[in-house]
Design a protein around this ligand. Structure first.
Ligand code: KG4
Ligand code: ZN
Length: 388
């Protein structure tokens, strides 16, 4: 089965271990088939992606198994349960991805795995599996940065050229990044406390909504009165492009605890108010980020949104306005490619392979792995779960 990819919706400071590929047939005249494996959080995923000789991509299979059920009763991801669940199902998922793509292992140009950042137990499972496949089938290994995979996804879906401005908002990260080339990223802004997806999840939890909270808050916000509560707009008007979400989250908690027991309408109104505050703050932060981008790199080819939060329809609408004001195009991959998946890992692997960047069997799993190795903690950084 072939998937349509053409839907455009117009840590540390170590250098990753990679070496120029030897003996590989690379170059623009060669198409590549890459198996991608994703296990950094609570999705076990595998996919086969083809990178054609013209640089475009095709998803041949993309299998995602979410662990939502395993974690739901804990109201969040439990790392040990996640790692064990990856072990239980990964082999079968890889097998299904290969079968659905209709390719044998001997036809793979490389096997790529997300080597971080993420929950270390899960990362070890995925990377070790990829190493075993690479070794047995004598295929190059590519250790992909999960954030780079989010960053490069629009080049799979829309053949986007560099440079572009990325808004990455997931459960662990909230960043504005200048994407200059494969492996070349400059962070323009980041959260000083909670990640945006984390804030959605925590707000959902405090309002008694199930995990994962982002889609639940979005659903509950429909029909809510966003103006009922005077919630703060974090960082509005600041000269830097950083985010802060923990104060807003606390403000929601304070309002909620005053209303206990919460009626469904209270929950809707709080969700609508929270989402509206996030939208306003995001629009402001991104307009600063785009200005910083312009000053340093000239006009971006596009504003790209990625990560699970980019699946939120209200946020998509707000980003459309931001992009229009900055006279650039908004590109958001389809929702299934915004949340964690194997196709993005395979594609990032293919992009690296095309440049001869393959890894050795020494590639280490990494809980933390900055996209921009030169980025430092922002002023006021008070880490919760989010990495700067
Ligand atoms: O990128 P992702 O799938 O995994 C990480 O790398 O974290 O993002 C997951 C995050 C979760 O926090 C989830 O609640 C949030 O993305 N999310 C959303 C929506 N869908 C997923 N947040 C807001 N609105 C949504 N519709
Ligand atoms: Zn992610």
């Amino acid at each position: 089965m072939h998937f349509e990819t053409s839907q455009c919706y117009r840590g540390d400071t170590e250098t990753p271990l990679w070496r120029p590929a030897q003996g590989l047939k690379l170059g623009n005249d060669t198409s590549m088939l890459v198996l991608g494996i994703e296990t950094t959080c609570d999705e076990t995923a595998a996919a086969v992606v083809e990178r054609l000789s013209d640089g475009s991509g095709r998803i041949l299979s993309n299998i995602v198994r979410s662990q939502t059920e395993e974690h739901a009763r804990f109201g969040g991801v439990v790392p040990e349960i996640a790692a064990r669940a990856h072990v239980d199902v990964l082999d079968g998922i890889v097998d299904s991805a290969m079968k659905q793509a209709g390719v044998g292992y001997e036809r793979l140009s490389a096997v790529a795995a997300a080597a971080g950042p993420g929950l270390i137990g899960g990362v070890i499972v995925g990377l070790t599996t990829a190493k075993a496949i690479a070794m047995v089938h004598d295929t190059p290994l590519i250790a992909v940065n999960h954030l780079e995979a989010h960053a490069l996804t629009p080049r799979l879906t829309c053949a986007l050229a560099f440079p572009y401005c990325l808004f990455l908002a997931s459960g662990g990260h909230t960043q504005i990044v200048a994407v200059i080339g494969v492996g070349n990223y400059v962070r323009l802004g980041t959260t000083v406390d909670d990640a945006m997806g984390e804030a959605f999840d925590k707000v959902a939890k405090m309002l008694g909504l199930p995990y994962p909270g982002g889609p639940e808050v979005e659903r509950a916000a429909v029909g809510g009165d966003a103006k009922r509560f005077a919630l703060p707009r974090p960082m509005l008007g600041r000269a830097d492009a950083n985010f802060s979400l923990s104060g807003l989250k606390t403000a929601v908690r304070n309002e909620a605890s005053r209303l206990v027991p919460l009626e469904p309408q209270d929950i809707s109104d709080l969700c609508a108010g929270f989402q509206a505050a996030v939208l306003e703050s995001t629009a402001d932060r991104l307009s600063v980020g785009l200005r910083l981008f312009h000053e340093q790199f000239g006009p971006p080819r596009a504003l790209v949104a990625a990560g699970g939060v980019a699946a939120n329809q209200a946020i998509r609408g707000a980003l459309q306005d931001v992009a229009a004001k900055a006279q650039t195009t908004l590109i958001i991959p389809p929702p299934a490619l915004c949340t964690d998946n194997g196709a993005m890992i395979a594609w990032a692997g293919a992009e690296r392979l095309a440049l001869g960047m393959v890894d050795t069997m020494d590639a280490a799993p990494r809980a933390r792995w900055l996209l921009d190795a030169n980025a430092t903690a922002p002023a006021g950084y008070g880490k919760t779960r989010a990495a700067f």
